[in-house]
Design a protein around this ligand. Structure first.
Ligand SMILES: [Zn+2]
Length: 63
């Protein structure tokens, strides 16, 4: 994962954009660690990460 990706500090979604597509007004942060690829939102890991849509999510985002 390249570091041009930014993570939303609310939903932790990783995006190449400067803002989260869901939380538009919140700036996405460059300061994040690790990532999860969620393909199946019914999986245990998606549940643990509290994710409701498939996608790529940061494990940790510094605020
Ligand atoms: Zn978001």
């Amino acid at each position: 994962m390249k570091k041009e990706y930014k993570a939303c500090k609310i939903c932790k979604r990783l995006t190449p954009e400067n803002i989260c597509p869901v939380h538009g007004e919140e700036k996405a942060k460059e300061d994040w660690f690790g990532f999860l690829i969620i393909n199946n939102i019914n999986s245990t890991i998606a549940n643990k990460a509290n994710v409701s849509e498939p996608g790529i999510y940061a494990i940790k985002v510094r605020s």
